[in-house]
Design a protein around this ligand. Sequence first.
Ligand SMILES: NC(=O)c1ccc[n+]([C@@H]2O[C@H](COP(=O)([O-])OP(=O)(O)OC[C@H]3O[C@@H](n4cnc5c(N)ncnc54)[C@H](OP(=O)(O)O)[C@@H]3O)[C@@H](O)[C@H]2O)c1
Length: 316
Amino acid sequence: MSESTGVPLALGTMYFGTRTDEATAFDLLDRFVDAGGTLIDTADCYTFWHEPDGRGGESETVIGRWLAARPGMRDRVSLSTKTGAQPQGEGEWPANRQGLSGDAVGAAARGSLRRLGTDRIDLYWTHTEDRGVPLEETAQALAGLVADGTVARIGASNHALWRVERARGIAERHGWAGYTALQLRHSYLKPRPGVPALPHRFGWVTDETLDYVETEPGLSLWVYTVLLNGYYARTDRPLGEEFEHPGNTRRLAALERVATDLGVSRNQVVLAWLTGGRPPLVPVVGVSSPEQLDEALAGVALELSAEHRRLLDEAA
Ligand SMILES: NC(=O)c1ccc[n+]([C@@H]2O[C@H](COP(=O)([O-])OP(=O)(O)OC[C@H]3O[C@@H](n4cnc5c(N)ncnc54)[C@H](OP(=O)(O)O)[C@@H]3O)[C@@H](O)[C@H]2O)c1
């Protein structure tokens, strides 16, 4: 069960158990699976900024309770979770995050397995870089989890590309399992070049990312905040100032034209553009209602004609 088969959409569960209550989360997970969805994305730190004790874990816990209430479901879904960004101890995030030392990675994986109520994680991401720890130490800890069957594959989220490539080189030299996936922020509208994807300096997909993923066999790219928190569909989600530039004015016009031609929403066109391009991407979409989920599923099922894709690409 991987992103190359089945519905090319990962269900983003960041707010499950906090903003989205458990009953709604269960309904959304059921509906997603009923529609053929398999990929579920979470993190050990979701969502610490909404939790009274300032530590994440509710999202994984809700998914774990859902799996426990649905016998056999664990074998039908692919669980993706992340490590490294969970706050611990005193001080402000991100300085106080758990980080990626060998001990931290091992302890975090055990915590995620416990909350998810499972014995394995299908895709385990390092959520953010930890430059205070040698890459080799993190790479060895991750490879150990793959070797003992705790984790099927590993991915890097919000890392500088040169660090990913260096970590893959270290893994290859040692004969260890290395990163086979990237998770970064991306959408049809683009920020002005040079603006960091705060809080992650290297969090945006760039042309270099796309070139890397297209060129390297076996490397996949998951992308988050693709719907810009609802911006394409509603007026109560204004864009950040970094999205105000003439390139996006042209892009919005092209998006509107394709959506009108096809009689679908702008969200759906954005999702079809992401999943059907070169390289094909896996959008991680956050939803809080059945209608939003259905729209996302319809978006990844939509195929754009060559003409519409050219129009969208050339608007850049
Ligand atoms: N790796 C990382 O560092 C990282 C960072 C951020 C997110 N993620 C992952 O990506 C997932 C999604 O991220 P995100 O929540 O930032 O971005 P998003 O998918 O762009 O935004 C999701 C929000 O957009 C609104 N929305 C969705 N569909 C809609 C529709 N059809 N019509 C109107 N509004 C709609 C909803 O807001 P309301 O619920 O308010 O209605 C929803 O909660 C997360 O759950 C997480 O798994 C990863």
